[in-house]
Write a protein that binds this ligand. Structure first.
Ligand code: GSH
Length: 215
């Protein structure tokens, strides 16, 4: 098999890539990377010195493809399937990429900030940074709520890369800053996402690890 995914089943950005792979039934070899293990960490950094997963390796052309959005673009180009992640129309593609960036940068990153703060040692916390992150998430929720009005998926009727980005962002953000009925479009969208088979599978595989998420 030519595709190998280096990932961790708890990682929000890895979910994005897993969803895209499962969406089109694209065959791949999964490699769970335990960054706490020195040997595994060194081997992973050797492949991608930035040290962030997911990373896709394609043996067919001996290529390393890091970054969740770039992985999905690569799958769309080189391993196409029934779900087309990037719309063919250039304007629609740009709008889709905007939403993909939005979910990554303005929901996932502040959510990661809150989670990372929980793992910091006593005396090293950053309450101001966490308060900023919570505010950023609230702003993103309000914008997403408006954007989703009358839509099934982030771009309307078609499931795209933006939806692969939306699930991990909304799932974990809702865990950190609960929407609690304040954003009905976003909450219904999150439920639709969770019910999609590619996503249900990704979440099911994460289940045995979810107890490791810091409360
Ligand atoms: N921009 C990257 C972000 C990837 C990322 O932040 N991955 C996290 C897990 S969700 C990671 O590798 N964390 C491990 C670390 O920073 O040591 C992408 O879209 O793939």
């Amino acid at each position: 098999m030519s595709l190998h995914l280096y990932y961790h089943p708890l990682s929000s950005f890895c979910w994005k890539a897993e969803i895209a792979l499962y969406e089109n039934g694209t065959a791949f070899v999964p490699h769970i990377v335990n960054l706490m293990d020195e040997g595994e960490r060194n081997a992973f950094y050797e492949m991608w010195p930035i040290g962030k997963f997911p990373v896709l390796r394609d043996d067919r052309d001996d290529r390393i493809i890091p970054e969740s959005s770039i992985i999905i673009e690569y799958l769309d180009q080189h391993y196409p399937g029934a779900t087309k992640f990037i719309p063919s129309d250039p304007d629609a593609a740009r709008q889709m990429r905007m939403r993909d960036r939005f979910y990554d940068l303005y929901l996932q990153l502040p959510m990661q900030k809150i989670t990372a703060d929980k793992m910091r040692p006593e005396g090293m916390h950053d309450p101001m940074g966490v308060a900023d992150a919570r505010r950023a998430i609230e702003t993103a929720y309000r914008m997403v709520e408006e954007d989703l009005a009358g839509k099934t998926w982030a771009m309307g009727d078609a499931f795209t890369m933006a939806d692969c980005a939306a699930l991990p962002a909304l799932y974990y953000a809702d865990f950190r800053v609960p929407m609690e009925g304040r954003f009905p479009n976003a909450q219904k969208y999150l439920e639709r996402l969770k019910a999609r088979p590619s996503i249900a599978r990704t979440l099911k595989e994460a289940e045995p690890y979810l107890h490791m998420v810091p409360r």
